[in-house]
Design a protein around this ligand. Structure first.
Ligand SMILES: *[C@@H]1O[C@H](CO)[C@@H](O)[C@H](O)[C@H]1NC(C)=O
Ligand SMILES: *[C@@H]1O[C@H](CO)[C@@H](O)[C@H](O)[C@H]1NC(C)=O
Ligand SMILES: *[C@@H]1O[C@H](CO)[C@@H](O)[C@H](O)[C@H]1NC(C)=O
Ligand SMILES: *[C@@H]1O[C@H](CO)[C@@H](O)[C@H](O)[C@H]1NC(C)=O
Ligand SMILES: *[C@@H]1O[C@H](CO)[C@@H](O)[C@H](O)[C@H]1NC(C)=O
Ligand SMILES: *[C@@H]1O[C@H](CO)[C@@H](O)[C@H](O)[C@H]1NC(C)=O
Ligand SMILES: *[C@@H]1O[C@H](CO)[C@@H](O)[C@H](O)[C@H]1NC(C)=O
Ligand SMILES: *[C@@H]1O[C@H](CO)[C@@H](O)[C@H](O)[C@H]1NC(C)=O
Length: 359
């Protein structure tokens, strides 16, 4: 029995030390990483801060700035390459694709331009690809979907256009997806709802999609942050979003969303911040919002909501910011909420709830 246990442990260890990729192919020779990095350096168009000055032929590549080798392997493999915040420009050097075995590539906050080099999709061991805040153009790359080990994919803050490829629903392990701050159009593909391990999803800002929020987003039950603000969304909030039991931040402000606020939003028991301001929502505040015990921020301003402000709003225990202005709320001073407001609870920041109406 004990022997079996040890055997199982050993098997487990062996399994976790060798990725499936490495079992199938010969491991990359460390020398090739050294050569690939030198040719990468040679191909960088412009390095105004001399970020790569430590990359000299007479030293080991594991000592170069931005390079982290994995010391747990018998031979020293390149694991991380971080060239963030360096003002590097020109195209992303396709030479990076020779760094097989790379786990993390962070090129964020540079000015790399042109399109995403399709060769990069050969880096199938990558867990983290961060290209945030560069000058990349062209269609949002479909080839990225071949990097099936990705956990973290940030393509935000570029000039990517086209639509989100439905293939982006195929990453089996993805936990973080950001395509925010680009020039994307088209419909948000329902396939995104297949990313069942996703914890953070950023789609908004500068993008201008067609249509609305796919109901399939409600299948992302691990989701903690969902930000689809300011990106041209229309239609109603699908009731399926009520299944996002772990979501603590829901940002859908500055869109053209309409219809009534779906009562299922009250099922979001982890919700802390909900911003639905600057849309075209109508109807009343649903009674189910009384269940939002963890809510600290509720922004509903600039919509077409009406009715009385329910008493329970004043009783939400954690609420700190409440903005309801520019709606058609019926303001009842005699209500419990009205009394509370008159007593000016300092935790409720109320900006001009409604111009003048009272009863
Ligand atoms: C390595 O080469 C660079 C020039 O490429 C030189 O400045 C540096 O002194 C050399 N370092 C060592 C340790 O030899
Ligand atoms: C990348 O390198 C940093 C140290 O610079 C280390 O803390 C981190 O675990 C590495 N990440 C991966 C995925 O290898
Ligand atoms: C890309 O960056 C290079 C180097 O700074 C610059 O010369 C070139 O004009 C840029 N190309 C585009 C299309 O912006
Ligand atoms: C990439 O580098 C930037 C700047 O150092 C850092 O803020 C960011 O968290 C890094 N990205 C990842 C995914 O680690
Ligand atoms: C990056 O984009 C900005 C904004 O369009 C532009 O001003 C800058 O010249 C671009 N830089 C490069 C290197 O392409
Ligand atoms: C992913 O989602 C789409 C649409 O929601 C569905 O038709 C498809 O079968 C799903 N694919 C996989 C691999 O689960
Ligand atoms: C995902 O959501 C859609 C629409 O809400 C539903 O029809 C489908 O069965 C769901 N798929 C899974 C795997 O839960
Ligand atoms: C939300 O509030 C409930 C009590 O109403 C509490 O049990 C739960 O831990 C809170 N969840 C979060 C994520 O803060």
């Amino acid at each position: 029995m004990r022997l079996l246990l040890i055997l199982l442990l050993l098997l487990h260890l062996r399994h976790s030390l060798s990725s499936p990729h490495r079992l199938l192919s010969t491991p990359p020779h460390p020398m090739s990483a050294y050569r690939a990095l030198l040719s990468l350096k040679a191909s960088i168009t412009d390095d105004p801060d001399s970020a790569l000055s430590s990359w000299t032929a007479n030293t080991s590549h594991c000592t170069w700035a931005g390079v982290t080798c994995d010391p747990h392997r018998h031979l020293v493999y390149l694991a991380n390459l971080t060239l963030a915040d360096n003002q590097l420009s020109g195209p992303i050097p396709p030479e990076i694709s020779a760094l097989s075995g790379l786990r993390l590539l962070n090129l964020s906050n540079n000015v790399f331009n042109r399109t995403f080099p399709p060769e990069l999709s050969k880096l199938t061991s990558l867990h983290v690809l961060d290209l945030y805040n560069n000058n990349l153009t062209g269609d949002l790359p479909v080839s990225v979907a071949q990097m099936t080990n990705l956990r973290h994919l940030h393509l935000g803050g570029n000039f990517f256009s086209g639509r989100i490829p439905p293939e982006y629903g195929r990453f089996p392990f993805l936990e973080y997806l950001a395509v925010s701050g680009n020039e994307l159009a088209g419909k948000i593909p329902p396939e995104i709802g297949n990313l069942t391990r996703l914890k953070e999803l950023y789609l908004g800002y500068y993008n201008s999609y067609e249509g609305g929020i796919p109901a399939e987003i409600g299948n992302l039950t691990q989701l903690v942050r969902f930000d689809a603000a300011n990106c041209g969304l229309s239609g109603e909030i699908p009731p399926e979003l009520g299944r996002l039991q772990n979501v603590d931040t829901l940002f859908l402000q500055v869109n053209a969303l309409s219809g009534s606020l779906t009562p299922e939003l009250g099922d979001l028991k982890s919700l802390k911040s909900m911003d639905l301001s600057n849309n075209m929502f109508s109807g009343e505040i649903p009674g189910t919002f009384a269940k939002l015990n963890n809510l600290t921020l509720l922004n509903l301003f600039r919509n077409k909501l009406h009715g009385a402000i329910p008493d329970f709003i004043g009783d939400l225990p954690e609420l700190q910011v409440l903005q309801l202005w520019e709606n058609n709320f019926h303001w009842v001073y005699s209500s419990r909420f009205g009394q509370k407001w008159k007593a000016s609870n300092p935790r409720l920041i109320l900006k001009q709830i409604d111009r003048g109406s009272s009863s």
